[in-house]
Design a protein around this ligand. Structure first.
Ligand code: ADP
Length: 250
């Protein structure tokens, strides 16, 4: 199939309380898709669902090819903390943990994959440095290299430029573009930095109240204005403003 992921009528909930309702979208292979939406709109829950970490859902999720087992994942920086008492290359190699043969041996081609991941992220020349001593931007690039070692054709990035200075953020966007353009990867990226992330995205999935939509990045601004026409503008959606979630009718 030409889509690496297809979701149909996906509804996500916590303890019977719906947080994302009836979402249908496709992620075309080889594209960058931005997932946007206010805080609390369900972006993390959707990512966790795609990673198989959140189970309370109905509807259909279809993965093409190697599927869920080979999805690379770069969590939000704050979720990891900067405390990794290891060298850069040890951190990158740890990306193979889920892919060890017989639970012990590196998969074939692992060293080439590491080399490629480190070249791509510009971390080859700091391979022997201690991770804890790196700048925030360098650490984020090392963690991306690690995620690439776990990845097949698909990588999910959660706020990849969060907490980075503008120069490091620009570096990160350049790398993300290269993942697509030079390595043919599909990228799903949650971001609040809409101004820049929309410019590198092909498509945007916007989660909002009951008005979630998916559109080409070039149509995003217009669609966003339409989606919020009823609720007074971005950030003023009733259901988010009051922190309410939707209860299932059952
Ligand atoms: P986002 O990533 O867009 O900020 P989340 O997916 O984190 O949104 O949250 C969506 C909704 O689900 C919010 O209303 C949030 O309070 C709720 N939620 C998130 N995690 C849990 C949880 N573990 N248990 C119950 N409710 C949760």
């Amino acid at each position: 199939m030409n889509n690496i992921i297809e979701c149909r009528n996906l509804t996500l909930a916590y303890d019977g309380v719906t947080v994302v309702r009836d979402l249908t979208f496709e992620v075309p292979r080889g594209e960058i898709m931005l997932i946007s939406g206010e805080n609390g709109s369900g972006k993390s829950t959707l990512v966790k669902t795609l990673l198989g970490l959140h189970k309370e859902s109905s509807g259909e999720i279809k993965f093409d090819g190697a599927g869920r087992g080979r999805v690379g994942y770069l969590p939000q920086k704050s979720a990891i903390g900067a405390d990794f008492p290891a060298t850069v290359s040890e951190v990158v190699f740890s990306g193979f943990v889920g892919r060890l043969r017989y639970g012990m041996f590196l998969p074939r081609g692992a060293k080439d994959d590491v080399k490629k991941a480190m070249e791509l992220t510009g971390t080859a020349d700091i391979a022997e440095k201690c991770f804890n001593e790196l700048s925030g931007g360098q650490q984020q690039r090392v963690l991306l290299a690690r995620a690439l070692c776990a990845a097949g054709d698909l990588i999910i990035l959660d706020e990849p430029t969060n907490a980075l200075d503008p120069v490091s953020a620009a570096d990160m966007y350049k790398i993300i573009k290269s993942l697509k353009n030079d390595y043919g990867m599909t990228v799903l990226m949650v971001s609040h930095d809409l101004e820049t992330s929309v410019t590198i995205a092909d498509r945007v999935l916007h989660l909002c109240c009951d008005d979630a939509f998916c559109c080409p990045a070039s149509e995003y601004a217009e669609r966003l204005a339409d989606a919020h026409a009823d609720c007074g503008g971005i950030g003023n959606c009733e259901s988010h403003h009051h922190g309410e979630a939707h209860h299932d009718d059952k």
